[in-house]
Design a protein around this ligand. Structure first.
Ligand SMILES: *Cc1c(COP(=O)(O)O)cnc(C)c1O
Length: 405
C-alpha cells in the first residue's frame, strides 16, 4: 500500500483503520485460482472484518460469507452476497437466529451439537421447511497454533466427534425437516503448518466416504478458515500447497470445497494509524503514549499478539519502547519493546497487519468512540465508517426514561 499517510491523517484524523481493497482482491483471486478445476466457494469469515463496504467488495468478486450470528447473516445479505452462498456457523445459535436463517433460505446451517440439531429440526418443522445442514466435526488434531485460537481438539468447545457426527447424520437423514448436505471442520486460526490440515482433511474425507456407503450424499466439504498470515517473520502455508493437500484428500469425492478465510483475506489488507501523544520515562522504561488503545485494537492485550509498529517519516537512533494507549488498564498496549526513534507529539505510528480482528473486536470501553475506517481502491480513499461521536455512544441510554431517578 503506497499511501500518503500524513494526508490521510489530516483528512480523517486518528486513530484510524485503513484498508487496501486492491490487496483484498489479490488475496481472493490467489486463493480462488489455487482451486482451478475444482468446484470451490470462498465463504469469507465476516467476523474478521464486517464493514459493509468490505463485504460488498468481496460480494462483487463472487465471494460467499461465513457468519457466526444472525447479525452477520444480515450484513452479508445487505452487502449483496447471494443467499445461496451464505453459511451460518457458531456453537450457540438462539431460536430466533435459527428461525431467521431458515426464513432467509441461506445455503446451510452448520451444526455443532446434537441438541442444536434437534432444535433446528423443531424450528424447521414449525416453519414447514427442510433445513439444509452441515455438521462441524472436531477431528481432534493439534493445529500447532496459539491455545486461544486452537479449536480442533476435543478439549475445545467446538464441533462434535466423528462418532457423534455419524449418529447425527443418520438422524438427519431420517428427519423430514433436515437435509444433511455438508461436513465442516475448522481446526484453528493462524495455521502455519500444513500437516494438521492434511490430517484433518483425510479424517473428514473418510467420514464422507462412510456416509456415502449408507446413502448420505455430502456435497459441501468445508475446510473452515485459519490460513495463517505474516505478522512478523512467520513462514506461512502456500495457497497452492494448501489446495493441493485438500484436492488430494478429496480427489475421489464429488464435492464443492468450501473455505472460510478471514485473517488470510484481511490481516495484511489493513493498517491502524495512531498519533503520538507523549513520550514518558519510568525509571529505565520508555513509554510512547498514543491515542489508539486496546479498545480499538485488542489483539495485543488479548493474545499478546504481535503487530509490527513503525513511525512515519521519522529518523534518529532507535531504542525500545512500549507503545501504550490511554485506557486505564495495565494490559493496554499495542506493542512491547518496539524499536522506535525519539517521538514528538503528533507523530504518526503505523500498526501493521491490523485488517482482521481489529475493528470488529473494538469496544467503547472508557467511553471512547469507535474509530473511523477508510478504504483505498485504485489509489483513491473513501470513508467507509464514520468516527463514532459521543452522541452516538449515549443514544440508546438517552432513549430510556430516567425520570424515576
Ligand atoms: C473464525 C472462524 C473462521 C475464520 O478464521 P480465520 O483464522 O480468520 O481464517 C472460519 N470459520 C470458522 C467456523 C470460524 O470460527
Amino acid at each position: 500500500m503506497s499511501l500518503n499517510i500524513k494526508e490521510l491523517v489530516e483528512k480523517y484524523n486518528t486513530p484510524l483503520y485503513v484498508y487496501d481493497f486492491n490487496n483484498i482482491t489479490n488475496r481472493y483471486e490467489e486463493l480462488k485460482s489455487a482451486y482451478e478445476g475444482k468446484k470451490s466457494l470462498i465463504a469469507y469469515a465476516v467476523k474478521s472484518n464486517s464493514n459493509l463496504a468490505v463485504i460488498k467488495h468481496l460480494a462483487k468478486l463472487g465471494a460467499g460469507a461465513d457468519c457466526v450470528s444472525i447479525g452477520e447473516v444480515k450484513r452479508a445479505l445487505k452487502a449483496g452476497i447471494q443467499k445461496y452462498k451464505i453459511i451460518f456457523s457458531g456453537v450457540g445459535k438462539r431460536d430466533e437466529e435459527i428461525r431467521e436463517a431458515l426464513k432467509e433460505d441461506i445455503l446451510l446451517l452448520n451444526l455443532e451439537s446434537e441438541a442444536e440439531m434437534k432444535r433446528v429440526a423443531i424450528i424447521a418443522e414449525e416453519l414447514g421447511v427442510e433445513a439444509r445442514i452441515s455438521i462441524r466435526v472436531n477431528p481432534n488434531v493439534d493445529p500447532q497454533t496459539h491455545p486461544y485460537i486452537s479449536t480442533g481438539l476435543h478439549e475445545n468447545k467446538f464441533g462434535v466427534s466423528i462418532d457423534t457426527a455419524k449418529r447425527m447424520y443418520i438422524y438427519a437423514k431420517k428427519s423430514p425437516h433436515l437435509n444433511p448436505i455438508g461436513v465442516h471442520f475448522h481446526i484453528g486460526s493462524q495455521l502455519t503448518e500444513l500437516s494438521p490440515i492434511s490430517e484433518a482433511c483425510e479424517i473428514v474425507a473418510d467420514l464422507v466416504r462412510s456416509l456415502k456407503a449408507i446413502d448420505i450424499d455430502i456435497k459441501f466439504f468445508d475446510i473452515g478458515g485459519g490460513l495463517g498470515v505474516v505478522y512478523d517473520n512467520e513462514v506461512t502455508i502456500k495457497t497452492s500447497e494448501y489446495a493441493r493437500v485438500i484436492s488430494k484428500a478429496t480427489k475421489d469425492l464429488d464435492v464443492t470445497i468450501l473455505m472460510e478465510p478471514g485473517r488470510y483475506m484481511m490481516a495484511n489488507s489493513g493498517i491502524f494509524l495512531t498519533r503520538v501523544l507523549y513520550e514518558k520515562q519510568n525509571g529505565d522504561k520508555r513509554f510512547v503514549i498514543v491515542d489508539g488503545a486496546m479498545n480499538d485494537l485488542l489483539r495485543p492485550s488479548l493474545y499478546g499478539a504481535y503487530h509490527k509498529i513503525e513511525a512515519v517519516q521519522k529518523d534518529g537512533e532507535k531504542t525500545p519502547a512500549d507503545v501504550v494507549g490511554p485506557v486505564c488498564e495495565s494490559g493496554d498496549f499495542l506493542g512491547k519493546d518496539v524499536e522506535l526513534p525519539l517521538l514528538d507529539n503528533n507523530d504518526i505510528l503505523i500498526v501493521h497487519s491490523a485488517g482482521a480482528y481489529g475493528f470488529t473486536m473494538s469496544s467503547n470501553y472508557n467511553t471512547r468512540g469507535k474509530v473511523a475506517e477508510v478504504a483505498i481502491l485504485d489509489g483513491k480513499d473513501y470513508l467507509i465508517r464514520q468516527r463514532e461521536s459521543f452522541e452516538d455512544q449515549i443514544r440508546l441510554e438517552e432513549a430510556c426514561d430516567t425520570s424515576w431517578l
